[in-house]
Design a protein around this ligand. Structure first.
Ligand code: 5GP
Length: 200
């Protein structure tokens, strides 16, 4: 049977929505999904390792990557630049892996326009109050940064009309189960599998 091309899965949602917890729970025991590691000009947080959380680069290197068309999408978020290296994504999709991008809404819109087959998932906390509590609880950002992230979250909600799915993260296990179910269902789509009909 011919190998099925992987699906590009985009997950967005305000920083503090609990995305990384939900995603890591959902991917436990799933070997059919890999993460794309983004490049950013943001400074690493204490627990972040270069090449795992992000590739941390300076603005000159970031601009060079944009000029060389090395990024599938890129955007600014709260005064830092972020982007998705294109080569890794294409290689993994060709190998049949589902590739997961955790990116903000402007970048997600670029992906949606360039690759209309990408699965677009928006994840939110149950309320803005809870988002604020989570951002403060994390203790990694200054008051000014927290305010900026809350304002940006509200803008993102208003711009999120092109997503296919919304997950409300009021319970991380439930949200992870929903996320995993979406990936599974998307891989069963007729368009992806119709070639099999003539092979079996
Ligand atoms: P953080 O600084 O909290 O790690 O990420 C801030 C925001 O940038 C998050 O919403 C995250 O999803 C987004 N982000 C991370 N990597 C990328 C990327 O490669 N492209 C875009 N457009 N956004 C990204």
């Amino acid at each position: 049977m011919a190998k099925q091309r992987g699906k590009l899965i985009v997950i967005s949602g305000p920083s503090g929505a609990g995305k990384s917890t939900v995603v890591s729970k959902a991917l436990e025991g799933r070997s059919d999904v890999c993460f794309s590691v983004s490049v950013t000009t943001r400074k690493p947080r204490p627990n972040e390792v270069d090449g795992k959380a992000y590739f941390f680069v300076d603005l000159d290197r970031f601009r060079e990557m944009v000029e060389n068309d090395e990024l599938l999408e890129h955007a600014e978020y709260v005064a830092n630049s972020y982007g998705t290296p294109r080569a890794y994504v294409e290689k993994k999709l060709d190998e049949g892996m589902n590739v997961l991008l955790d990116i903000e809404v402007q970048g997600a819109r670029q992906v949606h326009e360039k690759m209309p087959d990408a699965v677009m998932i928006f994840i939110i906390p149950p309320s803005m109050e809870i988002l604020e509590q989570r951002l403060r609880g994390r203790g990694t950002d200054s008051e000014r940064k927290i305010e900026a992230r809350l304002i940006r979250a509200k803008q993102e909600y208003a711009e999120a009309d092109f997503y296919d799915y919304i997950i409300i993260n009021d319970d991380a296990d439930k949200a992870a189960a929903e996320f995993s179910a979406i990936i599974t269902a998307e891989n069963c789509k007729y368009e992806l599998r119709k070639n099999i009909l003539s092979e079996v």
